[in-house]
Design a protein around this ligand. Structure first.
Ligand code: PLP
Length: 391
């Protein structure tokens, strides 16, 4: 009796892997887990305190479906100051994480048979959400050399049914960052071809080597009109479990997205929104984020150097996010698939990563460096030994 629209649906492989590793750990097995898609830092106390205060003050009722007015105002200010895009609060909708923001955007604009350009490797949830909306996933492969999407790569995939492009820079799973000049060309192409641009900016805080983050919507008034700027508190402030994200877009879309929110989840959890507000307002937050970023940058350097040292493994130095995506196809071929290799690594090597096929890239393994430097060293040592001991 299940609906056709859910016939293809799979659980998020990243969450499934974390569950499997936790289960094995609970039986006493010592496993190094590189699977988590969330910072290992705790949410800062000042954010927790703001939420506790809200709870004590009775902020436990429904909130406006588009989000608390003061949070939407603070987000408009953040987008102006940090991202150089002018959005009014009425163009911002607070959602239950970025995942829900993306889903609501797609529900609002995608029709049956529409085509969505999805650069690969891609984050696991995009294709599922596109399919749930009845649209078609059009994968646009990037090159292994750097995984950076270029406008010229898109051209051959554009048809009269192309409705949307999803841009995720810095990228999960590759950590690739699209340079500003290329973002301009990509956005310009979207304008010419009448394609909506979804910019998933979840990893904007994690950009390394002194690079500056660029929001496509900041590039011109016209580009802003076709862009959905999606972001969340999840990664930036280590608030993944709080479920607070948002989308900023022209009001005609924002209104419908707020209505979809109101008819599905009502609103993002009220007291969690007070925590999010504190993250934007408290000056200590900047320091917290900076510290986290510096830590991730050091870990990235370490993981990159160690992975490079493994025979027959090629790896691109990520420019952002907190993932590294080595190519292990030399080894996965011996197992027939990267899924089988990932299982072998967990069972024999006691080290866990997410197989590349989950991201549309067979033969790779996504390692998240949301673990200490000691754990990175131990985990990559185990990875190397396990790979080298494959007959
Ligand atoms: C690229 C990307 N977008 C969106 C999300 C979802 O974020 P949230 O936890 O805020 O829903 C994730 C989480 O892993 C992600 O990697």
């Amino acid at each position: 009796m299940l609906a056709r629209r859910v016939s293809h649906i799979k659980p998020a492989p990243t969450l499934a892997l974390t569950a499997k590793v936790n289960q094995l750990k609970a039986t006493g097995l010592d496993i190094v887990g590189f699977g988590a898609g969330e910072p290992d830092f705790d949410t800062p106390d000042f954010i927790k305190e703001a939420c506790i205060k809200a709870l004590r003050e009775g902020k436990t009722k429904y909130a406006p479906s588009a989000g608390l007015p003061q949070l939407r105002e603070a987000l408009a200010e953040k987008l102006l100051v940090e991202n150089c895009v002018e959005y009014s609060p009425s163009e911002i909708v607070v959602t239950a994480g970025a995942k829900m923001a993306l889903f609501l955007v797609m529900l609002a604009v995608l029709e049956e048979g529409d085509e969505v350009l999805l650069p690969s490797p891609y984050w696991v949830t995009y294709p599922e959400q596109i399919l749930l909306c009845g649209a078609k996933v059009v994968e646009v492969p990037t090159e292994e050399e750097n995984f950076i999407l270029r406008a010229d790569m898109l051209k051959e995939y554009i048809t009269p049914r192309t409705k949307m492009l999803i841009l995720n820079s810095p990228s999960n799973p590759t950590g690739a960052v699209v340079p500003e000049e290329e973002i301009k060309k990509i956005a310009q192409l979207c304008l010419e071809k009448n394609i909506l641009l979804v910019s998933d900016e979840c990893y904007e805080a994690f950009l390394y080597d002194g690079d500056r983050f660029v929001s496509p919507a900041s590039l011109s008034k016209e580009i802003r009109e076709i862009t959905f700027t999606v972001n969340a508190f999840s990664k930036t402030y280590s608030m993944t479990g709080w479920r607070v994200g948002y989308v900023a877009c022209p009001e005609k879309y924002a209104k419908v997205i707020a209505d979809l929110n109101s008819q599905s989840i009502s609103n993002a959890t009220t007291f969690a929104q007070y925590g999010a507000l504190e993250a934007l307002k408290n000056p200590q937050a900047k320091e917290f984020v900076q510290n986290m970023k510096k830590t991730f940058e050091r870990r990235r350097d370490l993981a990159y150097e160690l992975l490079r040292d493994i025979p027959h493994v090629s790896v691109v130095k990520p420019k952002g996010a907190f993932y590294i995506f080595p190519n292990l196809s030399h080894y996965s071929k011996k197992f027939g698939s990267d899924l089988a290799l990932a299982d072998y690594l967990i069972e024999k090597g006691r080290v866990a990563g997410v197989p590349g096929s989950a991201f549309g890239a067979e033969g790779y393994l996504r390692l998240s460096y949301c673990v200490s430097e000691e754990v990175i060293k131990e985990g990559i040592k185990r990875l190397k030994e396990a790979l080298l001991s494959i007959p």
